[in-house]
Ligand binder design. Structure first.
Ligand SMILES: [Cu+2]
Length: 142
């Protein structure tokens, strides 16, 4: 009884191995035959503002110092998630995306998803000194 169960299990294992390897080689063939057709480059330039474009996540770390934001331009597409992190190198600064109602404080990361195209200004939201007004940038969503 026990012996025959073991044999059965062995057969099952053997069949599974064969099935897996056969399956694996089939997948290889399928992938190979698919790649020429699927690799046709669908140009992103030819489809501006296409809602079908896959949203992506953009991570941006802005370093603020007296009195400068090291990144003054962020570009994204509608629907992208923009993760903004602020690191203060000198002085006390925060970043406010006024039109979007988002403020990022030192050491924080905030996620922004913009559902419409446009240029959204951001600026330092802490009155930090004589160069405070220079601490601006634009999030450009297209
Ligand atoms: Cu400031």
């Amino acid at each position: 009884m026990k012996a025959s169960v073991k044999t059965l299990l062995g057969l099952v294992a053997l069949c599974a191995t064969i099935a897996l390897s056969a399956c694996g080689s089939n997948n290889d063939k399928a992938a190979n035959s698919n790649s020429p057709s699927s690799s046709a480059p669908t140009s992103s330039e030819s489809a501006p503002a296409s809602p079908a474009a896959e949203p992506k996540t953009i991570e941006v770390t802005i370093t603020a110092s007296n009195w400068k934001l090291d990144i003054d331009k962020i570009e994204a597409n509608v629907g992208d998630t923009i993760k903004v992190t602020l690191e203060n190198k000198s002085g006390m600064h925060a970043i406010k995306f006024g039109d979007l109602g988002v403020e990022v404080k030192n050491g924080e990361t905030k996620e922004i998803v913009v559902d419409k195209a446009g240029t959204f200004e951001y600026h330092c939201s802490i009155t930090c000194g004589q160069g405070h007004d220079n601490m601006t940038g634009n999030l450009i969503v297209s």
